[in-house]
Ligand binder design. Structure first.
Ligand code: AP5
Length: 191
């Protein structure tokens, strides 16, 4: 099973991907987590990405594609993957289609987690207190939400045109949302 998780910051992509990956027995690939790893190690890429992420902007497409291509060609991806945080604009969606075609790993579905703005802001404020993630400050959260609206929302249209999108209500308890996702993505598990 090859899935892309879409949704605004705080919609639960990372939380749900971490649960679903065990049901599907595939790796959870988070481009945000890959970038945070590069920042923590202060690699050349990490140093470049750090300031961009702190502003809530997108890291340039060529950097992201190079990083993703190396990850998607690792051995553990042979059975599929859950991709969280990519694509974030239509150019990335097109690049992903080409890459997946080239490595013969066509996408099955794009899953969109629908969550109201107020809920997103509350969740990210709570995480800021609990974890202190560098980009969860009120100003950066505002910018991340704007960037989502302007650059990432059009990706929904990209997958809708290709009849690949599944919308999931992303509000409620984590368990309830996982159940909805499992029903939508792997219905046989529920029988
Ligand atoms: P990334 O790490 O992808 O951040 P994001 O998309 O803003 O997503 P979040 O991690 O904030 O939210 P999420 O939807 O995963 O929700 P989560 O499960 O964590 O990207 C960070 C930055 O990296 C970007 O801004 C950009 O600079 C760069 N970047 C990454 N990918 C890129 C790309 N492709 N191109 C260019 N740049 C890129 O949940 C959020 C919180 O809510 C958690 O505390 C969680 O515990 C809680 N929560 C989750 N579900 C529930 C629930 N049902 N009820 C209550 N609380 C919940």
């Amino acid at each position: 099973m090859r899935l892309v998780f879409l949704g605004p910051p705080g919609s639960g992509k990372g939380t749900q991907a971490a649960i679903l990956k065990d049901h599907l027995n595939v790796p959870h690939i988070s481009t945000g987590a890959l970038l945070r790893g590069q920042v923590a190690q202060q690699t050349a890429l990490g140093k470049k990405a750090e300031a961009i992420m702190a502003r809530g902007e997108l890291v340039p497409d060529d950097i992201m594609l190079g990083m993703l291509e190396s990850r998607l060609t690792e051995d553990d991806v042979a059975n599929g993957f859950i991709l969280d945080g990519y694509p974030r604009n239509v150019a990335q969606a097109e690049a992903l289609s080409e890459l997946l075609e080239r490595i013969e790993q066509p996408l099955d579905q794009a899953v969109l987690l629908d969550v109201d703005m107020d809920v997103l802001v509350d969740r990210l404020a709570a995480r800021a207190e609990q974890e202190g993630r560098a980009d969860d400050t009120p100003e950066t959260v505002r910018r991340r939400l704007e960037v989502y609206k302007n650059q990432t929302e059009p990706v929904i249209g990209f997958y809708t045109e290709r009849e690949m999108i599944v919308r999931i209500d992303g509000e409620g308890s984590i368990d309830d949302i996982s159940e909805r996702l499992l029903k939508a993505c792997c219905p046989s598990d529920d029988e």
